[in-house]
Write a protein that binds this ligand. Sequence first.
Ligand code: FE2
Length: 441
Amino acid sequence: MSELIEKYFLTKGFLVEDRVIREIEKRGGIDYLEKIEPKLNFTSPIFTLKNLPVDNEFSIVKEFHLDGYPGVSNSFVDLFRDRYDSLSSKIRSRTVSHHFISIARAKNLEGRVDVIGTVSDISTSKKGYRIVELDDKEDRIKIILNPRMQELILQDEVIGVTGSLANDRKAIFADSIIRPEAEKHIETFPTGPKVLVVSDIHVGSKNFLHDSFMNMVDFVNSEPISYLIMNGDLVDGIGIYPDQEKELEIPDIIKQYKRLAELISLINRNVRVIIIPGNHDIVYPTEPQNPLPPEINNLFPPNVVSLSNPVWVDIGKRTFLLYHGTSIMDFLESMPGTSLNDSDKVMKEMLKRSHIAPIYGKNLSFIPLKRDFYVMDPVPDVFITGHIHDHSASTHKGIITVNASTFQAQTDYQKMMNFNPKPSIGTMINTSDLSFDLVKF
Ligand SMILES: [Fe+2]
């Protein structure tokens, strides 16, 4: 492909920089060049990046890297301070009818008070009242919830509380909880790229649904789709759970990625394929996760963009938040009566909190960072998860939420857990009007 691009420029009498060739390959190679030829700027003898039209359809908004942004700290203090600062300011900006004050100041007042804090403990009193310990970095206070307040409260989330100070000034009797809820006003545009969203490919598993995946490839190649998102668990990996080798068709992780690369190579080069890792991929299991390592990325064709988990990207005029979704398990454990088919309920709870993984110290472990990378900032137009092999697609307060479907059939382990995955469903997002369609492969 690179020789063809070089030849294209040479026949026009121009030398071309290597990085221009690499960028053109990413955008679709020679097909892309022919499409944009009228826009090409041939004013200097060497064709540099400056001569190439700006690709303003796609850009990375916020990406994690262990050696880069936002920086590793030596404790979790920075992360929780940052969480409190960013979410408390979101809570303040959502309401004008409340005057939030510090917990220390509230303790010196009488009657009604409004405070904001991080939930550091949740317990139930002998009389059946839920008691929340609220911490605002300087002081803490008990919040006593009326039994009629049934709403979900999670460990380590940041909430605003309005209520009445107890006579001994050691507790607040809450009458409402205010959250930093994420919301957007939907604006429509006459045009915008189409994005197909899938997840949990699990190449290498005996249960990988090869035929469905090939149907998806045919669909992408025959429809006007500009972007394909694969939201983690690209391969099945090795040693992820006990006796996994019995369920593997390809028992070597590098060979699994080579197979994935072969499959992705069947997709038209003018489709940009965005991949992020999940808990089965060849990246450490703590979160956030780096993009796949260079030796794996080098296996893929140049139209693949390999990013971190989570990551924020702009496609067309829309911001997408891609998160594999490992924290969903911690949410489900805190939500009585839910099942692995309740991805939509969980994503709604994430939006309410403007946070995709508030619970610390359960199933998911985190890297101590200088900033809390899991605050939903910027607020996305489209929020995508995967991980639990469910499928859901909805709109909540102007934000599209998608729990992207898998290409792995029910495993023995899932059978034992009585879990029925919903595989082989593509979610196609029209970025022009933020509508979506489902496609069964
Ligand atoms: Fe998975």
